[in-house]
Design a protein around this ligand. Structure first.
Ligand code: NDP
Ligand code: 8X3
Length: 257
């Protein structure tokens, strides 16, 4: 059954990776999408692809989620009937930087990861959830990670931010318990995207090695899980979902053949 046709879905970090695949899968189901990211050209390309292929509406917001004032203003700039009728929010934009020891990482790197993965989620949530509360209707999906459940060498700040996403997500679910709004934390393991290229500041070789010898999850795999979750009957709320490739058992245990 398709419960998503005609819904309006707001997706941060939609220019590539998990966010882009998620936008396409929602559009395939007949949902309109609001695509958020910092790279205008990629947003425009995706909007065109989605509108041409799926005949739904795609809106673009060129937006850095770490800038609270811009978050408010750009969301306010959406057509009123879209802004006031956001059915699904996917807080996906996020990143990790480096794998250095916590006491050897730079303050700039601490700030960038914390600002994007925690404050970005908060700013977007603060702007959109009240609109859902007003309608007593909506779905919030946050991209956590198995990194939020288990620390690993060099992962201090990233793991801490994803543990924070878990707590923010759980708190939101508690605060919305008397509403029809559902809240889910999606916690993937290794997904092959540009995540590692960003983490290793453009070092393609090092990024590739992250996924060497395993069949990593793909952005489409995660998108399928997100879309299927949001398509469940309205009384069903999956609180969190951890998913990993077959040859990954937890944050540290990977079999590379
Ligand atoms: P990608 O690097 O492929 O995509 C990240 C997306 O986030 C891009 O669209 C990027 O767009 C956007 N983004 C980054 N910073 C900002 C910002 N300040 N404002 C707006 N958009 C921003 O990574 P993934 O698709 O892999 O990651 C998506 C999410 O999934 C992240 O939260 C990540 O932590 C999580 N995750 C990823 C896993 C993996 O193994 N890949 C595993 C578990 C969780 P642009 O640069 O154009 O702004
Ligand atoms: C990304 C997964 O294991 O690279 O959240 O931290 S991992």
């Amino acid at each position: 059954m398709n419960r998503l046709s005609g819904k309006n879905v707001f997706i941060t970090g939609a220019t590539k990776g998990i966010g882009k695949s998620t936008a396409i899968k929602f559009a395939e189901m007949g949902a309109n999408v609001i695509l958020v990211g910092r790279t205008k050209s990629l947003l425009e390309e995706l909007k065109k692809e989605i509108e041409d292929k799926y005949k739904v509406e795609a809106y673009i917001l060129e937006l850095d989620v770490t800038k609270g004032k811009d978050v408010e203003e750009k969301i306010d700039s959406l057509p009123k009937d879209i802004k006031n009728n956001i059915d699904i929010l996917v807080n996906n934009a996020g990143l990790a930087i480096g794998l250095d020891k916590v006491y050897e990482s730079s303050m700039e790197d601490y700030d960038r990861v914390i600002d994007t993965n925690i404050k970005g989620v908060l700013y977007i949530t603060k702007k959109i959830v009240p609109l859902m509360v007003e309608r007593n209707k909506g779905y919030v999906v946050n991209l956590g990670s198995i990194a939020g459940d288990m620390a690993y060498y060099g992962g201090a700040v990233y793991c801490a931010t994803k543990a924070a996403v878990k707590m923010l997500t759980d708190t939101l679910r508690i605060e919305l318990v008397d509403t029809n709004i559902r809240v889910t934390n999606i916690k993937p393991g290794l997904v092959e995207t540009e995540f590692s290229k960003v983490r290793f500041k453009g070092d393609e070789e090092r990024a590739k090695n992250t996924y060497k010898g395993i069949e990593a999850l793909t952005p489409d795999d995660i998108a399928e899980v997100i879309v299927s979750t949001c398509n469940l009957p309205e009384n069903v709320q999956l609180t969190e979902i951890a998913l990993m490739p077959n040859h990954q058992a937890d944050g540290r245990t990977v079999y590379r053949g």
